[in-house]
Design a protein around this ligand. Structure first.
Ligand SMILES: Nc1ncnc2c1ncn2[C@@H]1O[C@H](COP(=O)(O)OP(=O)(O)OP(=O)(O)O)[C@@H](O)[C@H]1O
Ligand SMILES: [Mg+2]
Length: 225
């Protein structure tokens, strides 16, 4: 999957003033690589991630997946693309409270019309260290456990594209390494993986690094070939 954003920007209106959250940005996301975008709070990281993942229409510019402009798709085409090809780990807590941990992990398989994912769900729950919570409910989990639930859920369909918004926010060092290791593995298995974070530990796992500063994106590091 070749993802290419050209001239994407975002302005918001706040108190009748227009503010630019993201200045015109070009970025190509590579399959098989873990791309990490660092940046301070409010610098525009979530804005860019949401534009890249089809969640937020840019004020200007376009985003294409394999030469298909995603913002010219119909809502149902875009939902299908997102359901089938994209794993998304949102910033903050998520998890449907009426479903068990395992049912939450399996949710994207229902959306994509896949079955027989039980074994993969068990494997992922094991990888993120939540085996014993599989039948628990999200309100019985800690913040860090909920983050790990979100990661298992994002990877259940083995998506071609993974977006992670501060995936290690509530995690200790050990789990931080575990999560970046899982994202790195998803990339090694061929996915295009993009993580935004202010966690320095990500650097060790990143193939390509960018920095976001006041809505301006610059590439800071590319792995040696
Ligand atoms: N819906 C919105 N309406 C108005 N302003 C917004 C909206 N969403 C974001 N902003 C503003 O756009 C700027 C960039 O926000 P964004 O969420 O992309 O930052 P971020 O880098 O993800 O920050 P954080 O690390 O705190 O999550 C901020 O100044 C924010 O206040
Ligand atoms: Mg953010």
């Amino acid at each position: 999957m070749q993802i290419s954003a050209k001239g994407v920007s975002k302005s918001y209106t706040k108190h009748n003033r227009s503010i630019s959250a993201l200045n015109p940005t070009d970025i190509e996301i590579q399959s098989g690589k873990l791309t990490v975008i660092f940046g301070r709070s409010g610098s525009g990281k979530t804005t860019l991630l949401n534009i890249l993942s089809g969640l937020l229409n840019p004020t200007e510019g376009s985003v294409s997946y394999d030469d298909k402009d995603i913002y010219s798709l119909t809502d149902s085409e875009l939902s299908q693309l997102r359901g089938r090809e994209i794993g998304y780990i949102p910033q903050g807590q998520s998890g449907l409270s009426v479903l068990t941990v395992k049912e939450n992990v399996l949710l994207p398989t229902a959306v994509a019309g896949k079955n027989n994912a039980q074994q993969r769900a068990d494997e992922l729950l094991h990888l993120v260290g939540l085996d014993e919570f599989s039948q628990a409910y999200p309100n019985e989990l800690s913040g860090g456990e909920l983050r790990r639930l979100a990661i298992a859920r994002a990877l259940i369909n083995s998506p071609q594209v993974v977006f992670a918004d501060e995936p290690t926010n509530d995690l200790d060092d050990e789990n931080t390494r575990l999560v970046f290791g899982l994202l790195k593995k998803a990339a090694a298995d061929g996915a295009a993986v993009v993580a935004v974070t202010h966690d320095k530990a990500a650097s060790e796992f990143a193939d390509i690094e960018y920095r976001m500063d006041g809505g301006n994106l610059t590439q800071t590091e590319t792995e040696e070939q």
